[in-house]
Design a protein around this ligand. Structure first.
Ligand SMILES: [Zn+2]
Length: 325
């Protein structure tokens, strides 16, 4: 890979990948509730396949599938002792799929063990981040994501910077309010993470595009740094603006899934709003990423088929003619 993430961002928008863990649950590989990534060692093909789909769809970055891959979270499904191995295997898998066609981002996420005023808890979380960072050796940059505590996001940034010289992207997840659970606004998150040395700051998960736009605007107004936005592709509402807060989560989400064209519209709007790293999270599959890639001029159309409406051989071609009539 010739150019790193910061060089690519200097050249223009970078397209991220979609969501893994919720889809892997739907496919039968992951237990809802735990949502842990042990399948890097139990079913590596399942991860490989999703990386391949996102790559074919036009994603320019593939994330290590290590969401919730911290020692205590993996311990909830009996895999604590394999934490290093799982993170290392997930990294090898994604690097092999990406080759020189996409960048690979290391992935760290909320540990559920953060406590704002507890030095002991913070030492534990530090240890868990450090283990994952060491295991995810060889990535092009790190993403710390889905943090609803600003303090945990900041610690994640500090650990990546302490242990590597790699560029760092930190994204915060807002649920019911425009503040983190430790009462930091989106604007303050962006500013303070930049001040602490984050190269890319932004938002991911929980909210759909509509409910994320106001937060994107807040962050965009607060900093000139590279901004990332990776919303979910599950419809939320103004009453319940985050998808895990709806009764549909985790096992009745299908009717709420956004169409690929709704994610295409997000890509256009995010570009207009000055988002530099445009991606997606839970609920966003290959078809969504592909339409986002098209919107951003990043999709190479395969030349395998052209419609022949005068001699239709599929319902799609037949409809083509009807649509044009
Ligand atoms: Zn997500």
């Amino acid at each position: 890979m010739a150019k790193g993430i910061l060089e690519q961002l200097a050249d223009g928008i970078v397209l991220g990948d979609g969501g893994y863990i919720v889809e892997l649950e739907r496919r039968g590989y992951v237990v809802a509730g735990a949502f842990t990534p042990e399948l890097a060692v139990t079913h590596p093909d399942a991860i490989r396949e999703m990386h391949r789909e996102f790559l074919m769809a036009g994603a320019e970055v593939l994330q290590v599938m290590a969401f919730y891959g911290s020692r205590e979270k993996l311990g909830t499904v009996g895999y604590a002792d394999k934490t290093f191995e799982i993170n290392r295997a997930a990294t090898r898998i994604v690097k092999e799929v990406a080759g020189d066609k996409a960048l690979v981002a290391g992935d760290l996420s909320a540990t559920w063990k953060w406590e704002a005023d507890s030095p002991a808890a913070q030492a534990r979380v530090t240890g868990m981040f450090d283990e994952q960072i060491e295991a995810q050796e060889g990535v092009d940059f790190f993403i710390g994501e889905t943090f609803w505590y600003f303090g945990e996001a900041l610690l994640c940034l500090e650990r990546i910077k302490a242990k590597t010289n790699l560029p760092t992207m930190i994204t915060v997840a807002f649920r019911g309010s425009h503040q983190t659970d430790d009462d930091v606004t989106a604007a303050e998150c962006a500013k303070r993470l930049c001040d602490a040395g984050a190269d890319i700051v932004g938002l991911n998960c929980m909210r759909d595009p509509e409910r994320m736009y106001p937060l994107i605007e807040e962050m965009r107004n607060a900093t000139g740094a590279y901004l990332a936005a990776q919303p979910v592709a599950f419809r939320c509402s103004d009453e319940v603006p985050w998808f895990t807060g709806t009764p549909a989560f985790p096992d009745r989400l299908e009717p709420n899934q956004l169409t690929r064209y709704e994610m295409e519209a997000f890509a256009y709007k995010a570009k207009d709003m000055g988002v530099n790293y445009i991606g997606s999270c839970c609920g966003s599959g290959a078809s969504h990423v592909r339409e986002m890639a098209r919107a951003l001029g990043k999709y190479d159309e395969p030349e395998v088929w052209q419609p022949n409406p005068d001699d239709p051989m599929s319902e799609t071609e037949f409809n083509w003619k009807r649509r044009q009539a």
